[in-house]
Each structure stands twice: as C-alpha cells, then as structure tokens.
Design a protein around this ligand. Structure first.
Ligand SMILES: CC(C)(COP(=O)(O)OP(=O)(O)OC[C@H]1O[C@@H](n2cnc3c(N)ncnc32)[C@H](O)[C@@H]1OP(=O)(O)O)[C@@H](O)C(=O)NCCC(=O)NCCS
Length: 194
C-alpha cells in the first residue's frame, strides 16, 4: 500500500509557491498553522515544514513540521532510559504539527474506493527523515505532542490523535501522557533492520 501511495504523492519542503488556501481540518490549529504560520516559522528557521502534494501540483494536501528539541532524562519511560546514556537532557526532534486535508482525503477515498492513508504516509516519512537527520546531527528521540481537539471540535467529529501515534510505536510519557516519544534506535530497527 505504501509504495502505491508514494507513486501518487510527493512530500517536499514547503515553499511560498505551495498553496494551502483550501486546506481543511477538524482542528482549527492545524489549518491555521499551514495557512498562517508556516511561512514565518520556516523563514526564521524555527521549524522545517514538509508538505504532501500530488506530483506537479502546488495544493497542500497534508503536512508536518519538525524542529530540534530536548527532553529531561527523568521524563523518559524507564524502558527507554536503559538504552540511553544518562545525560540530564536527551537530544530529540519534535514533530510539532501533522495534518491531512480532510476534504481531499474524503474525495480520494471515494475515487479509489479505499482510504488513501495519507496520515500514515506522513508519519512514516517523518520518521524516515528524522532517522536520516540523526545520522548527521545525533538525536536520540522523536517527540510528538498529540493535540487534543477542543470540546466543540470533538462534538463536530474530531478524533483524539493519541492512538494514531501509539499505533506507530510512540509511547506516552507517564507524567505527560499527551506527549509521545519513540527512539531513533527503534526507528532504525523498523525501517532499516539495524
Ligand atoms: C490524525 C490524521 C493526521 C490521520 O490522518 P488520516 O489520513 O486520517 O489517517 P490514515 O487514513 O493514514 O489512518 C491510519 C490509521 O490511523 C487511524 N486514525 C486516523 N486518524 C486517527 C485519529 N485521529 N485517532 C486515532 N486513529 C486514527 C486510522 O483509522 C488508521 O487505522 P487502521 O490502520 O486501523 O485503519 C488526520 O486525521 C488529521 O489530520 N487529523 C486532524 C489533525 C490532527 O489531529 N493532527 C494531529 C495533531 S498533533
């Protein structure tokens, strides 16, 4: 499935030429970020934003953002601590936002007769990219803050994305279960078999 998807879409660095004006999401913050904030964050180099597009098209149908981060050693689940050196802060990459254009995804599902699984495509690509980055600038973890939809957004059908992330091997922190982490080592095993 993933290979088939990869041929249908491309994931590239966000530029001013990309068009997110039609991007829709159950979460207002996810829509606002790509329409209003991504340019500022990428210009200042605070975050790197990668967008999912159909080849040759500029319309953004999904995206994620990455920035550098660190996390206290004591915050990490014990099982992960055992595999890491005991520095007070552990190096990491933060996936700040991730979203799929809801309208586009719905249209594709109708057209293909099955879900296009764009969220999966993005989270796999983000992990592969982080793994590649970790070979140039060491970083031990990937961190994601799973944003809870507001009550109003939930009433309109928005789903809590926490289980979306846990199903791809991310583990919630005990003291902050909205924050999930995964080691680069686990990703290396999963994607490279080493
Ligand atoms: C979360 C999101 C990116 C998932 O993208 P998607 O294209 O709908 O997901 P996919 O079709 O690739 O689904 C992959 C799997 O995740 C599951 N899934 C999708 N959205 C989910 C959610 N919000 N919560 C739990 N599971 C979810 C799917 O059911 C599917 O599971 P399956 O393998 O059992 O069929 C997308 O729904 C979205 O943009 N949501 C609003 C923004 C958001 O919540 N972003 C995360 C905030 S940090």
């Amino acid at each position: 499935m993933e290979k088939k998807q990869k041929a249908l879409y491309s994931i590239e660095r966000w530029t001013k030429e990309h068009d997110a004006s039609q991007f829709t999401s159950d979460l207002a913050s996810i829509r606002r970020y790509i329409q209003e904030q991504a340019h500022r964050d990428t210009s200042s180099k605070s975050s790197a934003v990668f967008v999912l597009v159909e080849p040759g098209k500029q319309a953004v149908v999904g995206y994620y953002s990455l920035s550098s981060a660190s996390i206290g050693f004591s915050e990490i689940p014990e099982k992960m601590q055992k595999k890491l050196p005991r520095y007070p802060q552990v190096s990491a990459i933060l996936l700040g936002r991730l979203g799929v254009d809801k309208a586009f995804s719905g249209q594709q599902a109708k057209k293909l007769g099955e879900k296009p699984r764009l969220g999966e495509l993005l989270i796999v690509d983000a992990q592969e990219r982080c793994l590649k980055i970790s070979k140039e600038v060491g970083c031990a973890l990937m961190i994601i803050d799973a944003e809870m939809p507001s009550e109003e957004e939930q009433k309109k059908g928005a789903r809590d994305p926490l289980t979306f992330y846990t199903q791809y091997g991310f583990t919630p922190l005990t003291a902050n279960p909205r924050r999930v982490v995964k080691t680069m080592r686990a990703m290396a095993l999963e994607f490279e078999g080493a």
